[in-house]
Design a protein around this ligand. Structure first.
Ligand SMILES: [Zn+2]
Length: 307
């Protein structure tokens, strides 16, 4: 599961919105019930509903006509100038009636709230870039970048792709983060749960995990393990902490691969540097041709033109 803290915050918001909708509907109903005529038909309808259900269970004949009662009720409300729909809760999500789940699966509204919460925790404090055809105009080599953007957009929309890891290599300023933001934006729009972290922040989380010895330790890494898509920005800029950075990173990547979850990494390091810094195990996990796609945009002389 995604971090309890994130899930609870998201569920709390949904619960609140359900509570508000229920409260408003109930207030409207109570005020309508002050009218005697409506009060009577309302009680009659309740009684008829119970009786009808009972008759169905025991296979008995039912003397009530629910349709007729509903019709009478509507007429009374019309006379009172009350919009019947205001007596029912207006949930903000029609798919799940503000419960967060549809048939035991997370509803898109819950995923959206989880992403908002993850977004807050990620340290990204601006609106994400998004894919559009003008994107590449900011690069010198527009054609090559367009091709890369197209490939990445296609990958974002191919959840069954064999590529579990995307490694974007290249010097600072070639637009790796820009591209990753477009990808994150696209994935969030398609109802995936996305967690974004800088390599520096990732290192901090791994350190906290390593130095916590009670049941709360899992909170530090659950988003890293369980997000559908994990973005790690600027791998190689973090300090390598003994027993923490490399071991932690390996475990995260290995478990994500195991669970078919996708990871997108940007780095200034070339493959050789990755091997030297992180060792053979991480290197072979990340640059395994069967399930990783490594795109090097370093040699294309793509300088980001200052906006
Ligand atoms: Zn919903």
């Amino acid at each position: 599961m995604i971090s309890k803290n994130v899930l609870n915050k998201a569920l709390e918001k949904i619960k609140q919105s359900k509570k508000n909708a229920d409260l408003i509907a109930n207030n409207n109903l109570q005020s309508a019930l002050k009218n005697n005529e409506f009060n009577e038909i309302y009680k009659l309808e309740k009684q008829a509903q119970i009786e009808t259900a009972r008759c169905e269970v025991y296979g008995l004949n039912n003397s009530f006509n629910l349709d007729e009662i509903a019709k009478q009720k509507s007429e009374i409300l019309k006379k009172l100038n009350i919009d019947e729909s205001t007596l029912l809760p207006k949930y903000s999500c029609k798919k799940c009636d503000d419960t967060g789940y549809v048939n035991g699966k997370m509803c898109s509204c819950l995923k959206k709230l989880i992403n908002e919460e993850l977004y807050k925790q990620s340290g990204l404090n601006h609106k994400l870039n998004s894919f559009n055809k003008d994107d590449c105009k900011i690069f010198d080599d527009t054609k090559t970048m367009q091709q890369i953007y197209k490939t990445m957009q296609k990958w974002c929309n191919s959840p069954t792709s064999n590529y579990l890891n995307i490694i974007l290599t290249g010097k600072t300023g070639v637009g790796k983060t820009h591209l990753m933001e477009c990808m994150a934006d696209d994935l969030i729009k398609n109802e995936n749960i996305v967690f974004w972290t800088s390599a520096f922040n990732l290192n901090q989380l791994l350190l906290k995990y390593h130095t916590t010895f009670d049941e709360t330790k899992l909170e530090y890494i659950s988003n890293l393990l369980d997000a559908d898509y994990l973005f790690i920005d600027d791998l190689g800029t973090e300090p390598i902490l003994k027993n923490v950075t490399i071991e932690g990173l390996y475990n995260i990547i290995a478990e994500r691969v195991e669970n078919n979850k996708k990871t997108i990494i940007s780095t200034n390091l070339n493959p050789e540097d990755i091997q030297n810094t992180y060792g053979e195990r991480i290197f072979s996990r990340l640059l395994n041709k069967a399930n990783s796609l490594c795109i090097n945009i370093e040699n294309k002389d793509l300088r980001l033109i200052k906006k």
